[in-house]
Write a protein that binds this ligand. Structure first.
Ligand code: HEC
Length: 169
């Protein structure tokens, strides 16, 4: 390859790189993103503020914790619904497990799902302003499961911006 060729090749690579950077939608969709919504597991959610715990009876027998990012926590404290854009809620879930150390205590066992709701009123206008993602072992579950999210949240939590969880006192 002569120098001119080399320079031309570098030019093509630079232009292509600049194009992808300027047009993020041309990047390949991340395999870690949920179908339909393109929601991913948010970084650092394990350090987020607790909104409320929950228990799910048989047959699932789960312990759950809903946490929120700073925008979510502040909106809850202000009682500001609808939730503002940028709100992210994450629901962690584990199997209920009897404590090996203390007979009457129940502790988190194996993790089951991590579920995410992201508020973007414009992007997700068709689903009440929320994008949904359900993850098992860090990977999104199939499209069929994602078709159920909005319908249930909208049918039963409409008066609270499609969000079931209230701030635990
Ligand atoms: C049949 C009803 C139903 C369906 C379907 C459903 N959810 Fe929920 N979701 C709930 C209930 C009830 C809660 C309240 C917390 C709890 O009981 O665990 C909840 C809570 C949540 C929360 C915490 C915020 C809130 O609204 O309280 C997230 C995040 C969430 N669900 C995501 C999803 C995703 C993602 C899907 C689809 C893959 C989904 N949900 C499907 C009933 C449902």
């Amino acid at each position: 390859m002569n120098t001119l060729h080399a320079l031309a090749s570098i030019g093509v690579i630079l232009v292509a790189g600049a194009f992808v950077a300027a047009h993020p939608e041309t990047r390949k969709p991340s395999p870690a993103a949920s179908p339909i919504y393109g929601v991913t597991l948010p970084e650092g959610y394990r350090q987020w503020e607790l909104i409320a715990p929950a228990l799910e009876a048989a047959p699932l027998n789960e312990i759950r914790a809903v946490v929120g990012n700073r925008i979510a926590a502040e909106a809850y404290r202000r009682g500001a619904q609808p939730f503002p854009d940028g709100t992210v809620l994450v629901k962690l879930a584990w199997k209920q497990q009897p404590s090996a150390a203390f007979a009457t205590a129940t502790v988190p066992g194996a993790p089951t799902t991590v579920q995410v709701m992201v508020k973007d009123a414009k992007k997700y206008a068709a689903t009440g302003g929320w994008g949904y993602g359900r993850f098992v072992d860090g990977k999104p579950v199939d499209e069929a499961q994602h078709r159920t999210c909005f319908a249930c949240h909208e049918a039963r939590a409409k008066e609270h911006d499609d969000v079931f969880t209230h701030y635990a006192p």
